[in-house]
Design a protein. Structure first.
Lengths: 360, 507
């Protein structure tokens, strides 16, 4: 049980999960208010980790539902065990025969059968899928609904009843109410907007990449074997990589992987060569690799020997600076651009193969 | 407290955030469970209960700062905006609240005069403050004599700065009164020196005044000593001041300029991502996702209920399994894109849109036209975006230098490709509707509309200029189900948003 926000931070820290006050407030409120948390944020910032840490901190078991395209209620809520029903009917055939002993006429037989009809649609033949498991569990659990944005929008509708009232309606049986209120965490990678109805039922939390200080703490905590100077270098390089306009920016989990790799490689300090050799742990697209290689000097700056850099500030190459955003047009340039535009408008386009019609 | 939260929610809603009553109730329940004297906690609690959309977050932060910050010179008694602490946490709350809020509550747009005044107060002892600093609280009510007093009293440069600022304001006002040319307010060097002389004169006057007034002799002596130091630095200070003013003015100019969204010319990685995200949302609206209906087929999963039913005749022994699979709704899309000179600036953007549509939809047929119409879907299927667009612009396929002729292109589409349009097809036309006074052939568009499920026209030209020149958009608009102005990603996002709201595309 989380008693206060400070207590929440401390308990999560025991589970090696570092969180800021914002996150702890939400985690604390979710338990107090018995409301689900909806966490959005880029991949690899510790959304799923939070659920694991909370379940460990609260001493509850974790039930996980991984969402994917085509997930339906039969896999998320419940399913009837048709095979078992079929098997039971076969086995009980002679029992059923005995049931009709001394019955006159069909009407009476049907009436008698009617008395036993609900045997086959009872909870005995219900397969409990994660959500039903979570609300049916005698001890409170943590229910993690992971990457909900991967499932279809219709699937969200199935969740609404569970999330607001903690109950599941099975048409044949009736409503199954929660024995204990689960701690529900829903994560989304924000590839699409979830429906307002779902968002309304949840506390909303957005996790982004942590600041330098926190990331350093995380690296130190998760990879204690890493030397302190090396850890600082790792974080500095990662931050520079994130500043580039990459297709897939390195996340915290990739930072940690890289740090572990460096421990395995038994590295003392990060050298530009080492950085280049291990780059594929961080950069996952060919185009990104090219872009990183272009700016390798600048990225490797925090890695270089501090005695060397101040003596030679002058020979900074053109590619070594931070990435330039496409420049805003200055008021002075407008006239020139207008003329260029006019010229382009009235002259031939043949030969312009780049298809680009503007910019510098 | 309820009233305060209600008011806050009301303000958020008025600025465009969507907050339901259930969410404001949640906010109140959440606040009942946290310590109210911690600003960040309250902020986090309100944020997680009220703001469910990332787009609303900046608005929330801004309003929170404004709403839950004490006015700088408010009476110390708690104003209405401050929620009274609840019993469990009340013991440690009240004093820290105001302090914390004042610490965190700097005006976002730093009114310098205000802050300086705050700083300066620390450098005076009580007595002096009572005699000399009394009416300075109101920055509007300043007189030369008063700022002179403060100038004299300065032990720190900040105060001098403050005085300079006031003086400059006055001089500006004075100059405005006898300004030479209308609407001109320039800060060139000549004027600056003139101002310096004026200030020096004013300061000398002040010193005389001080001598006349019955102030303590020792004080006046000390003051004039300090004053000379001050005057020695005066030119440099003034220069600094003018420079700062100038910089501020330039900033203001810069900020004011980009009012209209600029057309996008090139695509960064971020924009590519944004584009595909927007198109994906559009796409979902048009076809929904994979349908939840299943159909019986030769492959797929065994459907137990259907198998049971079919095998009833074999006493429930499943001789004939029944397989089902999900039905895919098949969206069809036909895109007709103008690539002529008049829309060349946006044509690249439009083709990018077409390319994205084609990668997402199963059946997209895209056509480009200037005067002739040609199908370009195979280019997008086989080539990457850059090569495909280059191939189209190079002109092997179409004569890209001809005058655009919408009537002819529509007629051409009607005659040759109308089979591409069925009752499930959404037709999107990208172009400005400027047919160079050729016959608009509205009937062809009507024929397309009758066959299509939906006809959508995206024009890069703003609605206001449709009436100018030889633009046939007003004619075409009445035929289309919907026409929208789209010339960059931002507007495409808005259009998508509107489509989602109105759910026009998918009835």
């Amino acid at each position: 049980m989380f008693e206060s926000i400070e207590h929440t931070i401390a308990r999560l820290r025991e589970q090696h999960y570092l969180c800021d006050r914002k996150l702890a407030t939400v985690a604390f409120l979710a338990l107090q208010m018995q409301k689900p948390i909806l966490i959005e944020g880029p991949a690899g910032v510790g959304k799923t980790e939070l659920a694991k840490a909370v379940s460990a901190a609260l001493g509850r078991s974790l039930i996980r539902l991984q969402c994917y395209g085509g997930l339906d209620e039969a896999h998320a809520l419940y399913e009837w065990e048709y095979g078992k029903q079929l098997l039971y009917t076969q086995i009980l055939r002679d029992k059923i025969g005995r049931l009709f002993e001394g019955v006159d006429g069909l009407h009476e037989a049907v009436a008698r059968l009617n008395l036993h009809e609900d045997v086959f649609f009872s909870e005995r033949f219900l397969v409990r899928r994660p959500i039903l498991q979570a609300i049916d569990s005698p001890a409170p659990v943590v229910l993690l609904i992971d990457e909900l944005d991967r499932a279809e929008e219709q699937f969200e509708a199935f969740l609404l009843e569970v999330l607001s009232d903690f109950q599941v309606t099975v048409p044949e049986i009736g409503t199954v109410k929660a024995k204990t209120i689960p701690y529900v965490i829903i994560t989304s990678n924000n590839t699409r907007d979830l429906s307002d109805a779902l968002k309304r039922r949840c506390l909303h939390l957005f996790i982004d990449y942590p600041d330098e200080q926190r990331e350093l703490e995380i690296v130190r905590m998760k990879v204690p074997d890493l030397r302190e100077t090396l850890a600082a270098q790792v974080v500095a390089v990662i931050r520079r990589l994130r500043a580039l306009d990459l297709r897939k920016a390195p996340s915290i989990s990739e930072t940690l992987d890289w740090a572990r790799a460096l421990v395995l490689l038994d590295a003392d300090v990060l050298t530009p060569t080492l950085l280049e050799e291990t780059l594929h742990l961080l950069v996952k697209y060919d185009r990104d690799t090219q872009r990183v290689n272009e700016r390798l000097n600048w990225i490797a700056e925090p890695v270089q020997d501090p005695n060397q850099t101040p003596s030679s500030p002058a020979p900074v190459a053109a590619t070594s600076g931070p990435p330039q955003q496409p420049a805003e047009p200055q008021p002075g340039d407008m006239e020139q651009r207008r003329q260029e535009h006019t010229a382009r408008y009235f002259t031939s386009y043949r030969g312009r193969t780049d298809g680009r019609t503007g910019g510098a | 407290m309820d009233a305060a939260i209600n008011r806050f929610v009301f303000l958020l809603k008025r600025r465009g955030a969507r907050i339901s009553p259930a969410e404001s109730l949640d906010a109140m329940r959440a606040l009942a469970r946290v310590a109210l004297h911690e600003r960040d906690t309250v902020r986090a609690a309100l944020r997680c209960t009220l703001i469910k959309n990332l787009r609303d977050l900046p608005l929330f932060e801004e309003l929170f700062e404004q709403f839950f910050t004490l006015p700088q010179r408010a009476t110390p008694a708690g104003p209405a905006t401050e929620p009274p602490p609840l019993p469990p946490d009340a013991a440690l709350a009240p004093p820290s609240t105001i302090a914390a809020q004042e610490a965190a509550g700097g005006q976002p747009d730093g009114d310098n005069a205000h802050e300086d005044a705050l700083d300066i107060r620390e450098y005076f002892d009580e007595a002096q403050m009572v005699t000399h600093f009394n009416s300075h609280q109101d920055p509007n009510d300043l007189s030369l004599a008063e700022f002179g007093q403060n100038l004299v009293l300065s032990r720190r440069r900040e105060l001098l700065d403050q005085a300079m600022k006031n003086a400059l304001q006055m001089l500006k006002a004075r100059r405005l009164k006898n300004a030479g040319r209308a609407g001109e307010l320039n800060f060139d060097q000549a004027v600056a020196t003139l101002d310096a002389e004026l200030i020096a004169d004013a300061v000398a006057d002040l010193l005389d005044e001080l001598g006349d007034a019955d102030v303590d002799e020792a004080l006046v002596a000390r003051l004039s000593g300090q004053l000379h130091k001050g005057i020695a630095q005066l030119p440099e200070l003034l220069k600094r001041y003018l420079e700062r003013e100038l910089a501020l003015r330039q900033d203001a100019l810069k900020v004011a300029r980009p009012a209209r969204p600029k057309p996008d010319y090139r695509f960064s990685e971020q924009e590519r991502r944004d584009m595909s995200e927007i198109v994906q949302r559009l796409c979902r609206r048009m076809r929904g996702a994979r349908s939840y209906r299943r159909r019986i087929s030769h492959q797929g999963r065994i459907s137990v209920p259907l198998t049971l039913r079919r095998n009833m005749k074999y006493e429930g022994i499943p001789f004939q399994p029944v397989l089902t699979r999900y039905r895919d709704e098949k969206p069809r899309l036909a895109v007709i894109c103008d690539v002529s000179l008049s829309v060349r600036n946006t044509a690249r953007f439009m083709l990018h849109l077409v390319y994205n549509l084609q990668t997402l939809f199963e059946r997209v047929r895209s056509f480009a036209f200037v005067s002739e119409l040609a199908e370009i879907s195979p280019y997008f299927d086989q080539l990457g975006i850059d090569e495909a667009i280059a191939a189209i612009f190079e002109g092997g396929l179409l004569d890209t230098e001809a005058d655009s002729n919408y009537g002819r292109a529509l007629e051409c589409f009607h005659n040759r490709h109308l089979a591409a349009v069925t009752a499930q097809t959404t037709v999107i036309i990208l172009g400005d509707g400027r047919g160079n006074r050729n016959p608009p052939q509205v009937w062809a568009l009507e024929a397309i509309r009758r066959r299509a499920k939906q006809l959508l026209w995206l024009s890069p030209e703003s609605r206001g200029s449709w009436r100018l020149g030889s633009c046939d958009m007003p004619l075409y608009e009445s035929v289309c189900h919907q026409t929208e102005v789209v010339r960059n990603l931002q507007q495409l996002g808005q259009v998508t948003e509107n489509l989602l709201r109105q759910s026009v595309v998918r009835p």
